[in-house]
Design a protein around this ligand. Structure first.
Ligand SMILES: O=P(O)(O)OC[C@H]1O[C@H](OP(=O)(O)OP(=O)(O)O)[C@H](O)[C@@H]1O
Ligand SMILES: O=c1cc[nH]c(=O)[nH]1
Ligand SMILES: [Mg+2]
Length: 209
């Protein structure tokens, strides 16, 4: 459906810190999680509400609004998506979690699926796919393919940084989804890395380099 670049000053400030050369693993993890929280706030702002009547502090009936029906499944793409989990779950602590494992082949840039564990009745919920990086879009497209195969019709993606190539490929393949990102970066380099980007987000979160 569309791309939402979140230009909120807190998001942009934290993203600037995240891009620093030589950032520590601790700071990288903290910022990934914090930006995850802020982007979740934006991505959930059109969730439907239902009116309820409750007893308020004075003991009389008052009208309030609560989230309606089956709510959200968070879908982290392993590994790097796990880095956003705590931040996302902070705002939606009752969300179900469906985990998808994909490893990009660094030669062909094709995603190689290695894990899929989706929750029951996933088709009745909004799927919120989380991954820090949207590069060629291959991993995101493969994940959305899996979710649609399971019957999901309402899917949003939250990524910290997106390349124009990945946004186009994802929205061409799945025009009905919405992408929320802190930045639409410049381009992909010859190795499929986002420029200016963040480097290898999975390695930075897990300390594997
Ligand atoms: O848009 P694409 O071209 O598919 O690239 C983006 C994917 O690459 C990274 O994961 P990677 O495959 O490196 O796995 P990791 O999270 O285990 O490091 C990143 O976290 C995305 O999942
Ligand atoms: O720039 C990129 C592209 C894919 N995966 C990453 O971690 N970073
Ligand atoms: Mg990686």
């Amino acid at each position: 459906m569309s791309l939402h670049v979140i230009e909120h000053p807190l998001v942009q400030h934290k993203l600037a810190l995240l891009r620093e050369y030589g950032i520590s693993t601790k700071s990288f993890r903290e910022l990934v999680s914090e930006i995850g929280t802020l982007l979740t706030y934006e991505a959930t702002k059109d969730m439907p509400l239902q009116e309820h009547s409750i007893k308020g502090w004075q003991g009389n009936d008052i009208k309030v609004f609560k989230l309606q029906g089956k709510k959200i499944t968070v879908v982290p793409i392993l590994r790097a998506g796990l880095g956003m989990m705590d931040g996302v779950m902070e705002l939606i602590p009752s969300a179900k979690v469906s985990v998808v494992g994909l490893q990009r082949n660094e030669e062909t840039l094709e995603p190689v699926p290695y894990f899929e564990k989706l929750v029951g009745k996933i088709e009745q919920r909004l799927s919120l796919v989380i991954d820090p990086m949207l590069a060629t879009g291959g991993s995101m497209i493969a994940t959305i393919d899996m979710l649609k195969k399971a019957g999901c019709t309402h899917i949003k993606a939250i990524v910290l940084v997106a390349a124009p190539e990945g946004v186009k490929a994802t929205l061409d393949a799945h025009p009905d989804i919405e992408i929320y990102t802190a930045a639409l970066d410049n381009h992909l380099d010859e190795h499929g890395y986002i420029v200016p980007g963040l480097g290898d987000a999975g390695d930075k979160i897990f300390g594997t380099v």
